[in-house]
Ligand binder design. Structure first.
Ligand SMILES: Cc1ncc(COP(=O)(O)O)c(C=O)c1O
Length: 386
């Protein structure tokens, strides 16, 4: 049975589009890279600027904003706010986690897929100096087989690293099965959810994820400079990161320079002064996504992805990744000879795609229409024809 595909989204598409000024001139198809600005995210940035300007410093309100952003992120992934820390990027979040791991014991091994975004691979590679041994899970035909993970996980494995949605071709990994394979051997599971947060429903408890990191500038409608790290409650007090700072303390405002009092919550993974303005924007973006509902966004994404795949095929384009829209994020990748040249040509015609390696990615979001998809495909086909 083909999946049920609604002909229109289950929310007011025209109203949502009216909140995105960029749509007046441009067709953004680069949500796998950077989401467009909305009236809500702009207003959030202005709220911070106004607070700064009017008060000089409103520390209490700013710290409150950080807590509210953590709570919004927690709602998105079915966690509790005290299982969430604030970082500035996924690289930093992974580095904080890595710094808390001890590779000197009976589990020196990290099992990592070759499909990770490079930064995550780099963080794990850098741990070799601290005794870590890496075991790479190969990519075959654009996918990583969970059985290949299972074959490499052993009693020597400390942590398994998996990408929920692959940045290159949008494939959604069966994270629950990777978690089972990791836990069967006593290993932890780290998940990079940058390409799925806000696009694919995430329930960290149901999936069995131990640690999850994501930034906000893709389907969460945010900006660079802020990211979130989830650590499962039972794990928090077992981890003491050496990448740390005063916001990781139980009592940061006690200003005790000579004592390292670990916060009992995930705020032990916080570092220094949080990126307050970015958190204002991040919360506004996440609340927009929560208001629409990730399930409803996902249903519309599947309709858009079907149109992209079928429309691409009709125009002679070569799809990268699975044909089944239920196994993909909102991003659809086509193999092209010179992705950067194609991106430049498309931008000149008002369509924003995202080039990555050998592919051009078209990643619509909740506000995109089927007409947007058709127009983007026409421009892509023209760019290739030219
Ligand atoms: C899956 C994935 N992980 C990580 C990153 C980047 O992480 P960072 O926040 O460290 O720049 C990206 C960015 O494009 C990504 O797609």
């Amino acid at each position: 049975m083909p999946p049920h595909v609604p002909p229109t989204p289950q929310y007011d598409l025209a109203a949502r589009r009216a909140e995105i000024p960029l749509l007046a001139t441009t067709i953004p198809m680069n949500n796998c890279s950077q989401a467009p600005q909305t009236t809500a995210t702009r207003a959030a940035a202005e709220r911070y600027l106004e607070s700064w300007n009017a008060s000089g410093m409103d520390w209490d309100a700013w710290m409150d904003e950080a807590q509210r952003a953590k709570a919004a992120f927690a709602r998105l992934i079915n966690a509790d706010a005290d299982e969430v820390a604030v970082c500035s990027s996924v690289s930093e979040a992974a580095s904080v986690v890595a710094s808390a791991l001890d590779f000197g014991g009976e589990r020196p091994e990290l099992v990592v897929s070759e499909a990770e975004f490079p930064t995550v691979g780099h963080v794990w590679l850098a741990q070799r100096r601290r005794g870590a041994e890496l075991s790479w899970v190969p990519v075959r035909d654009g996918a990583v087989d969970v059985d290949e993970y299972a074959a490499r996980i052993s009693e020597r494995t400390l942590l398994v690293s998996a990408c929920h949605g692959y940045y290159q071709n949008g494939l959604v990994q069966d994270v629950a099965r990777v978690a089972e394979a990791a836990h069967a051997r006593g290993a932890l599971l780290f998940v990079d959810a940058y390409q799925t947060a806000g696009a694919v429903p995430i329930d960290v408890r149901a999936l069995g994820v131990d640690v999850l990191a994501t930034g906000n500038l893709k389907y969460l409608m945010g900006i660079p400079g802020v990211a979130f790290l989830y650590v499962r409650r039972e794990l928090i007090e077992r981890l003491e990161p050496t990448v740390t700072g005063w916001f990781g303390r139980a009592e940061p405002f006690a200003f005790r320079t000579t004592a390292l009092d670990w916060s009992p919550t995930a705020s032990r993974f916080d570092l220094g002064t949080p990126p307050v303005m970015n958190l204002y924007v991040a919360r506004a973006g996440m609340e927009l996504v929560l208001e629409l509902g990730v399930e409803r966004i996902r249903a519309w994404h599947e309709t858009l992805a079907r149109r992209l795949i079928d429309g691409g095929r009709a125009r002679g384009l070569t799809l990268h990744g699975p044909d089944d829209v239920r196994r993909r994020t909102a991003s659809t990748a086509f193999v092209v000879p010179d992705a950067h040249a194609v991106e430049t040509a498309m931008r000149a015609r008002g369509v924003l795609p995202s080039a990555r390696g050998p592919v051009i990615r078209l990643a619509p979001h909740y506000y995109s229409t089927l007409d947007d998809v058709d127009a983007a495909l026409d421009v892509l086909a023209d760019a290739l024809g030219g």
